[in-house]
Design a protein around this ligand. Sequence first.
Ligand code: HMG
Ligand code: MG
Length: 299
Amino acid sequence: MVLPKFVEIREVGPRDGLQNEKVIIPTDVKVQWINLLSKTGLNYIEATSFVSPKWIPALADHNEVLEQITRNESIIYAALVPNLKGVEGAVKQGVDEIALFISSSEEHNKSNLNATIAESIENLKTVAEIATNEGIPLRGYISTVFGSPFGDDISIEKIKEIIDAYIEMGVKEISLGDTIGVADPVQVKGILSELFNNYDPKLFALHFHDTYGRALANIYAALEMGVTKFDSSIGGLGGCPYAPGASGNISTNDLVNFLHRLKIETNIDEDKLYEATNFIQQALNKQLDSKIYKVQSSK
Ligand code: HMG
Ligand code: MG
C-alpha cells in the first residue's frame, strides 16, 4: 500500500465554519482571520457564500469580506454559489473559483435549496455557463453521499447522475460530502471503488464532517484509495444549518498533523494554523473541536 506524497487541502472554515455559528462575526474580524489563514501555507480558502442572507445571515457580508481581504496571488479564494443571483455577485467580486452545491438526498436538497434535485441541476447549468464565460473554474459539492439527515435512501445511481451533470457543466473537481458525519471507512472504500470504476479518481475530493469522530479513519481509507484532495475547517468549525444533526468538519489542524505524521506533505505550517485558530476561538468565545489545537494550547 502506497500513500500519496502530497495532499491538497481546501480550507472551508470561513464558509462552512461560520455559516453554522449563532454568533455573527463582524466583517473586520472575518477579514483579519482570512488574512491569518492566508499566511499558513494553505493555497485554497472558501471565503464565503453568495446565498440568500435570509437563509444564512452569518455570511450576508460576502461582498465586504471579498473586498477587504488581502489576496495572496498564489491562493485560490473560492465562494459557494446556488443560483443566478449568487453567480452575479461572485463574478462581480472576482472570486477565483465558484463552488456549486446540490444534495444526493431529495429531502436535504429541498431543505437546503428549496428545490428538487432536477430543478437544482437546471439552476446550476445557468450558474456554470456564466462562470465559464467569465473564465472562472468550477467545483461541485455533492452532499449527503454517505447518509441523509432525513433518513431517505441515497442511491449510487443518483450520485452518478449528479456527477454526470457536473461533468457536463464543466466542473473540474467534485467534493463528495459526508454532511452529517456518518460515514465509515468500509463504506468510503465501497463508494469510492464504485465511482473509480466509472470516473477518473483525480476528479474527486472528500468532505468529511466529524460527528462520530470517524473522519480521520475515513480519510485514511480514502488515502489508501489514492485520494489526494480533502476539505477541512480550521478548529473543526462547520455544519449545515439545513441538515439536522450536522456537526463540524474535520479540523484542518488535526488533518494536517495526521498527514505530516504519515510523512505526507501539505506545505502548511501547524504553528500558523494555531495562531489562526486561536484568533477565531477568541472571536467566537467557545472551545473549538480540534485535538491538536488543544494539545498546542496546553504547551
Ligand atoms: P428561495 O427562498 O426559494 O429563493 O431559496 P428565492 O429565489 O425565493 O429568494 C428568496 C430571497 O432571497 C429573495 O429576497 C432573493 O432576492 C434572495 P427578497 O426578494 O425576499 O428580499 N436571494 C439571494 N440573495 C443574495 N444572494 C443570493 C440569493 N438568492 C436569493 N444568491 C435559495 C433558494 C437557493 C436562495 C436558498 O435556499 C439558499 O440560499 N440556500 C442556501 C443554503 C445554504 O447556504 N446552506 C449551507 C451550504 S450547503 C452545505 O453546507 C453543504 C456543504 O458543506 C457540503 C456538505 O457538507 O455536504 C457544501
Ligand atoms: Mg459541509
